[in-house]
Design a protein. Structure first.
Length: 260
């Protein structure tokens, strides 16, 4: 059983990480040249499978006695705190909406922000998800969900459904802030009604010990507002990722007059 112990950067973790990225590469190659309808259908089906798996994973987790002991200090398991509305898993809902509506700001959010949230969850797993057997239902659910959400966000570009552009940035930043503020309002509602006294989607009410958010909270000691610097530092990352896409687009435009 020790061979199944799973944690960030151990051999099994790296093997699974590689397998999911191989899945991304193979799916991109297999769907190359297919219609946009087929490519959209594949990613929508993947998100649906992820959402179904997520629900099953939460059902098992609600019945997991060992996990209940681990989170007893945080108030125990609460379904209102397990909705797929965290930064690390909201993509499974937002990607289908973005693809269906062909909404570029929302696809930009799903491409840039969603994968970062999932990657952070994979690198810094929550309490109860590091150093246990991968065969535990809660471990399969946690890592399966986050790996799939990561791959699905990147697949928007690899399948050609979204190509980032510099001109998208203002709308993208506004979309990020709007989604985070909606999560903040939901937290306030859940806390006010008593449905979940510690609701903290998007970490918009409490930092929960996150070292970076702790720094921002010292700068801006106001719920939600302390998140703003963390979203603004996304800009260098977005610029770095978008630059190759912009360069490829310019080369493509130059070739068109030459061919004419």
């Amino acid at each position: 059983m020790d061979g199944w112990i799973f944690g960030p950067f151990n051999s099994l973790y790296l093997a699974v990480f590689g397998a999911f990225f191989l899945l991304l590469i193979l799916s991109s190659l297999l769907l190359r040249g297919k219609s946009e309808e087929i490519r959209s259908g594949v990613i929508l089906a993947a998100c649906l499978v992820t959402l179904i798996g997520f629900v099953l994973y939460k059902v098992f987790m609600a019945q997991d006695g060992d996990y209940a002991l681990l989170i007893a200090e945080m108030g125990g398991f609460n379904w209102w705190g397990e909705l797929p509305l965290q930064l690390c898993n909201v993509n499974m809902i937002l990607i289908p909406v973005a693809v269906w509506k062909k909404n570029r700001p929302l696809m930009s959010f799903c491409f840039f922000v969603g994968p970062i949230g999932a990657l952070m969850a994979l690198i810094m797993p929550a309490n109860g998800f590091d150093g246990y057997s991968l065969l535990l239902p809660r471990m399969l659910g946690y890592y399966g969900t986050h790996f799939l959400v990561l791959v699905e966000g990147l697949a928007l570009a690899s399948l050609g459904l979204y190509r980032p552009r510099f001109r998208d940035f203002p709308d993208t930043i506004l979309t990020i802030l709007a989604i985070a503020f909606a999560a903040f309002l939901l937290n306030l509602l859940l806390r006010w009604t008593g449905l979940h006294p510690k609701a903290n989607y998007f970490y918009s009410v409490e930092t929960e010990g996150n070292f970076l958010l702790e720094i921002f909270h010292r700068w801006i000691p106001v719920p939600f507002l302390y998140l703003i610097p963390s979203y603004l530092i996304l800009l260098p990352y977005m610029l770095l990722v978008t630059a190759p896409f912009e360069a490829a687009e310019r080369r493509k435009r130059k070739k068109i007059p030459e061919q004419i």
